[in-house]
Design a protein around this ligand. Structure first.
Ligand SMILES: [Zn+2]
Length: 457
């Protein structure tokens, strides 16, 4: 396997298709169905347990409302639909880390579906579909030793949110970007610690290849055990190359689960399709169905914090002003930003005035010049100079133009006779009357429209 494999397959005749299943523990105080604390990170094994998360017979789980709220918030941030009705199901399988012999999860009616997330790569934006965001419970932890294994039940029953993407990613790099973007959103929302290295955020990937241009999906493999963004990308690079090499050699790719071995930089087979579980899902009889009121959904939507993309867009304006106008002034005055009279609050005030349409870009530059020299607050400069917001209302502008046309019959006559200077004179009159608050090109356009339309004047 070449060391530098990035983008190699992109030039090949094969297309890589990737979908991710991301699990995130939720930052609730208590577990999903009992009152045990989720703060077990530094606790001794098996100290945060009770009959419910130990899976004792006869106990009754109770749904953690905060976990549902966090899942809905995440789904809203990922542009998903929230159905009015949802429910929990039993996923039956037997494994030592599963206390009850089944996991409470969601099968056919998840808490949300049909969303998307956008990722940016080389200045291009790609939309990655989100199939669903649902809620389940985490399992216990197995600690393997030479010849025996130990079990720590502290993690069992921790709320675990699963975010399933559509097979929309076309390169390992894109998968990493998706994962990073998703993590950023979860951390912004305050629903996840986002710590992949600690296992509170985990990622499984489905990957297949197909001849470029073919619609039908190829046979996929599922990759597990990737615990960093880098390992997600590396594992998928390796797996894409492995599948392409097999296809080239005429070998058949089998559906299987493969584990990423970080130290060796390879994926190894863990379980074939024949060994796949039949989970025998059925509705969880110990829990009531979930009726999600629209009022609650809207309440949660209104409480969402500003998301990373929105914040970046907002910061873009500030960075533009900093990198162009402010840098120009610093250079012209040969001073550093620390020693300039312009404070961050002053720049923020200027951007605020611009944002509210109180001044336009040209006025803002003049105000910045003065604020930079005097250290005065832009709002105070605007007030002192009597600056008015630019006229953008066409109706108002047309009324001024009408007045100018009526009171300048000679210039109007000259314009219609083909003297172009006359138009400039009329534009000047309108600019004078609006005290420079209108844009010359708009004035000219509106003026022409009136002059050309009504020859009887
Ligand atoms: Zn418990």
């Amino acid at each position: 396997m070449p060391a530098e494999t990035q983008d190699v397959y992109i030039e090949t005749d094969f297309e890589v298709v990737i979908g991710l299943e991301v699990h995130s523990q939720l930052l609730t105080k208590s577990k999903m169905f009992c009152t045990c604390s989720t703060g077990y990170a530094n606790a001794a094994p098996n100290t945060h347990v009770c009959p419910i998360c130990m899976g004792m017979p006869g106990v009754l789980p109770v749904i953690n409302r905060q976990a549902i709220a966090y899942t809905i918030m995440t789904a809203l941030a990922l542009n998903c639909n929230i159905p009015a009705y949802s429910k929990f199901d039993r996923k039956n399988y037997s494994y030592p880390d599963l206390m009850k012999g089944y996991q409470i999860s969601q099968y056919d009616v998840p808490l949300s579906k049909d969303g998307y997330l956008t990722v940016e790569r080389n200045g291009q934006t790609r939309k990655i579909g989100i199939t669903r965001v649902h809620l389940e419970e985490d399992t216990a932890r197995l600690l393997h030793h030479e010849g025996y294994s130990l079990i720590d039940v502290n993690r069992s029953g921790t709320p675990l949110m699963e975010i399933v993407s559509e097979p929309d990613m076309r390169s390992p790099e894109e998968a990493r970007l998706y994962m990073q973007k998703l993590r950023e959103i979860l951390v912004y929302l305050g629903v996840s610690s986002g710590r992949m290295e600690e296992g509170s955020l985990r990622c499984d990937a489905n990957i297949s290849i197909r001849p470029r241009g073919q619609q039908k999906l190829g046979v996929k493999t599922e990759i597990k055990n990737m615990n960093s963004f880098r390992s997600v990308e590396r594992a998928l690079e390796y797996e894409a190359q492995r599948q392409i090499a097999m296809a080239r050699a005429g070998e058949t790719i089998h559906q299987e689960t493969r584990g990423w071995v970080e130290t060796k930089g390879i994926t190894v087979s863990q379980r074939s399709k024949e060994q796949a579980h039949d989970y025998r899902y059925f509705p969880e009889p110990d829990l009531p169905p979930l009726l999600i009121s629209r009022e609650w959904v809207e309440e949660l939507r209104a409480a969402l914090p500003e998301l990373p993309d929105a914040r970046r867009a907002r910061a873009k304006a500030a960075s533009n002003w900093l990198l162009t106008a402010v840098v120009r002034l610093l250079k012209a005055n040969a001073i550093t930003i620390q020693s300039s009279p312009l404070s961050p609050a002053s720049l923020a005030n200027l951007l605020d005035l611009l944002d509210k349409g109180r001044i336009n870009g040209t006025q803002a530059k003049e105000v910045l010049d003065e604020a930079f020299t005097t250290g005065e607050l832009p709002a105070a400069i605007v007030e002192k100079r009597g600056l008015k917001p630019p006229i953008s209302d066409q109706g108002e502008l047309n009324r001024v133009i009408e007045g100018v046309i009526t009171s300048n019959p000679k210039s109007v006559h000259d314009y219609r006779a083909g003297k172009t200077n006359a138009l400039q004179y009329l534009v000047g009159q309108v600019m004078k009357q609006t005290r420079g608050q209108a844009k010359a090109e708009i004035v000219q356009k509106l003026l022409r429209a009136q002059l050309d339309e009504d020859p009887s004047t």
